[in-house]
Design a protein around this ligand. Structure first.
Ligand SMILES: Nc1nc2c(ncn2[C@@H]2O[C@H](COP(=O)(O)OP(=O)(O)OP(=O)(O)O)[C@@H](O)[C@H]2O)c(=O)[nH]1
Ligand SMILES: [Mg+2]
Length: 379
């Protein structure tokens, strides 16, 4: 699974990316710091099922730390947008192609209102403007791509769009449904706006990371306002605080499990002061918000499922005897066959059925997987 980070420039996208992946990327308090996309691996967390069975896991693709499994997914951070990017302002909008490979989007906003639509310092900017701007720019960009499509006489409009927009990973079914629903007849139809809304709402679900909560006054009121105006899931966070904690952990100053931290060795008064401030914020908001952002995106907004494939349904091992070695993230409607596909194309080719290892019963082939399910694939 892939997640793309988008948003207006200078809101903290790369800070969030770095805090989630620990890749070394450039962060700066000025517009347009990121130019080329950053790619890395981030993790969703789920309780490891090994204890439930009195076993000890041997992780392979998904690390286990103190009983929590870290399920990998790909994360992409792209350049920042500004109004009229579709007309070439700022870094333009072509870089959106990279973000659109993703199955889900995180839009980062600066909820403090201390940077404006151009990413410059200000006092009370309304981040709702950025949410509308990002949507308008996405729509203008996709609209521009659609309008350039030339439909060959041998193909239908849906086929032509699917082919031309293949990099943006819209599903053929969605394109076909949308064309019918909004009565789109040609690539230059005037009712493209509603059609593009439909594509985005169907295949590019988005969560909004309300960043810089550490310097935000009236956070609750601002969140309330945003939630009353938009349908998205809004999660307040401080990517900056999360990054500070991850770096302190990397250097051995603290231990940190994503919700609480403990100081492990002597630190200077300045470091202690910074950590005390973060602790105050975490006590007030229940964390830095970054874990909650990932959790909400993966398990609520997207309703993705984690599945553990095994070969031996009694011992919960793979062919090498490793206990619960792998865990995969799959989309909402994924079936046991889709899990087989993730494991190996050969396994998918020889797929004969699947067993739920908790019940020992066979699962219907078209039944969507449940989150945390342990599956034996019969080949
Ligand atoms: N106070 C505070 N500052 C933050 C936070 N997250 C990021 N910043 C600061 O915001 C500025 C911009 O951060 P970046 O991560 O470079 O922002 P970006 O959205 O990637 O910017 P572009 O790539 O230029 O579009 C930097 O000075 C960060 O330190 C946060 O949670 N709190
Ligand atoms: Mg950046």
């Amino acid at each position: 699974m892939k997640v793309g980070i988008i948003g207006r420039t200078n809101v903290g996208k790369s800070t969030l990316f770095k805090a989630m992946t620990m890749e070394d990327v450039e962060i700066a308090d000025r517009p347009f710091t990121t130019i080329e996309p950053n790619r890395g691996v981030a993790y969703a967390k789920i309780t490891c099922p090994d204890k439930e069975f009195g076993l000890k896991c041997n992780p392979h693709n998904a690390p286990c730390v103190n009983g929590t499994r870290y399920i990998p997914f790909e994360l992409i951070d792209v350049a920042g947008l500004i109004k009229d990017a579709s007309k070439g302002k700022g870094l333009g909008n072509k870089f959106l192609t990279d973000a659109m490979e993703a199955d889900a989007l995180i839009q980062v906003i600066d909820i403090s209102g201390k940077t404006n639509g151009s990413g410059e310092k200000t006092e009370s900017y309304d981040p709702a403007e950025d949410i509308n701007m990002v949507r308008d720019e996405l729509t203008a960009w996709i609209g521009g791509l659609i309008q350039k499509i030339r439909v060959k006489s041998s193909e239908g409009l849906a086929e032509a769009m699917y082919k031309e927009l293949s990099g943006l990973k819209f599903r053929f079914e969605t394109i076909k449904e949308g064309i019918k629903k909004f009565n789109v007849n040609r690539p230059d139809d005037l009712n493209l706006g509603e059609f593009i809304d439909y594509l985005l709402d169907s295949d590019k679900k988005m969560i909004v990371a309300c960043n810089k909560m550490d310097i935000t006054e009236d956070l609750e009121e601002k969140l309330k306002q945003l939630r009353s105006r938009f349908q998205y899931d809004f999660v307040p966070c401080s990517a900056g605080a999360e990054l500070t904690l991850k770096e302190a952990e990397k250097h051995g100053f603290i231990s940190y499990n994503g919700s609480i931290f403990e100081i492990k060795k002597d630190i200077n008064p300045q470091q202690r002061g910074a950590l005390d401030m973060i602790k105050g914020m975490m006590d007030k908001f229940g964390g830095t918000g970054v874990d909650s952002l990932i959790n909400t995106l993966v398990f609520k907004t997207m309703n993705w499922k984690v599945a553990f494939p095994v070969v031996d349904e009694k011992r919960l091992t793979d062919s090498q005897g490793r206990v619960l070695p792998d865990a995969y993230l799959l989309d909402e409607n994924a079936t046991p066959k889709d899990l087989a596909e993730k494991v190996h194309t050969e396994v998918a080719k020889n797929y004969k059925g699947a067993i739920d290892c908790r019940t020992g019963l066979k699962i219907r082939n078209d039944k969507p997987l449940e989150n945390g399910q342990i599956i034996k694939i019969i080949v």
